[in-house]
Design a protein around this ligand. Structure first.
Ligand SMILES: NC(=O)c1ccc[n+]([C@@H]2O[C@H](COP(=O)([O-])OP(=O)(O)OC[C@H]3O[C@@H](n4cnc5c(N)ncnc54)[C@H](OP(=O)(O)O)[C@@H]3O)[C@@H](O)[C@H]2O)c1
Length: 298
């Protein structure tokens, strides 16, 4: 086993670092394959709750050892905890029982909202870190091809940072630092941009299909407009990219929208209209008029 040392020489080590994966999910599988391809990492052993995910990963990495419990895992330089966020604290508890963990062993997880500090307690001695790829992992095979080049957030023990940077590079990701204590807020922003875009898309499509507009036309209309606006946002700040009746202070149109929407549809329209006002340069009086329309009784 190659020892991770807490010094600046580590990233230039030529020997491969041995890595074990606990929780063979979409992220750990894709990252494991990319790391193995880098020739700097040997993904040597994996442990998962069910056997099927382990067997799938072994198809990509035939040399790996599939373990049926944590204690079968051979000593490693790096332990990757790839379980879902709710299970990470439980898994961290179980990892404490592994007898070969040394102060220089690096434990990492991929969570965007949890700090790496949750991986150990005060008495335990190991390095901890987190690599959060900013990417939606829906399928492992697609991720292997399209993940390289994307951003990833890093945080962890000071001595672990050079290794985390190397791990990001070896997966062909672009790392940036994140404050471990601010991850919940950081992750909320990313979830808003990724998940709520999809929610908004669905919200608009359903309003159109309620008018007997064919589904494929509704899909096209909404996707086309969303894509145009995303393209604008590549070039312009949100205040410059925004168009529409709220930007113009067109209270008549906003009133017509409000009257045409159902009670159920009102709450999201109201929240978004209020948030959108912060992107306009409307007078205080105009803002109040718009707010009063979008608070009129449902
Ligand atoms: N998905 C994304 O787009 C994404 C993006 C960035 C970061 N992340 C982060 O990456 C991490 C993993 O997410 P994921 O999407 O890869 O999760 P996932 O695909 O749901 O995989 C989780 C894996 O953990 C295994 N597992 C669960 N409980 C276990 C236990 N007690 N013992 C052993 N294995 C157990 C599951 O086993 P089974 O096969 O038996 O279910 C599954 O293979 C999370 O921290 C997440 O926040 C996810």
């Amino acid at each position: 086993m190659t020892t991770i040392q807490s010094n600046q020489n580590l990233p230039t080590k030529i020997n491969k670092l041995n890595l074990n994966i606990i929780g063979v999910g979409k992220v750990s599988s894709a990252m494991g394959i990319l790391w193995q391809q880098s020739n700097h990492i040997n993904v040597q052993a994996i442990f998962n709750r069910s056997m099927s995910a382990s067997i799938d990963l072994q198809q990509h990495l035939p040399h790996i050892k599939i373990c049926t419990n944590l204690h079968e895992m051979p000593p490693a330089d790096i332990i990757v905890i790839g379980v879902s966020d709710q299970i990470i604290p439980l898994m961290a508890e179980q990892i404490k029982q592994i007898d070969w963990i040394k102060p220089e062993t690096l434990l990492i997880h991929f969570s965007g909202s949890l700090s790496s500090k949750i991986l150990i307690n005060d008495e335990q001695k190991a390095l901890t870190g987190s690599i959060h790829p900013v990417f939606a992992f829906s399928h492992i095979d697609t991720a292997i091809k399209t993940l390289p080049g994307n951003l990833c957030a890093l945080e962890g023990d000071e001595q672990a940072i050079p290794v985390l940077q190397k791990l990001a590079q070896w997966a062909r990701l672009q790392p940036f630092p994140i404050n471990a204590d601010q991850k919940a807020r950081y992750h909320a922003a990313l979830s808003i941009s990724a998940n709520f875009l999809v929610t908004l898309n669905d919200y608009a499509r359903k309003i159109l299909t309620s008018l007997a507009i064919p589904q494929d036309l509704a899909d096209k209309l909404v996707n086309q407009l969303m894509q145009q606006n995303l393209n604008q946002l590549q070039q312009y700040a949100p205040v410059e990219a925004l168009t529409g009746p709220i930007k113009r202070g067109d209270t008549d149109t906003i009133m017509r929208h409000w009257e045409a929407l159902s009670d159920e549809e009102h709450s999201l329209y109201r929240a978004l209209a209020w948030q959108t006002l912060s992107l306009t340069s409307l007078s205080e009086e105009k803002r109040e008029q718009i707010k009063s329309i979008a608070t009129a009784k449902d």
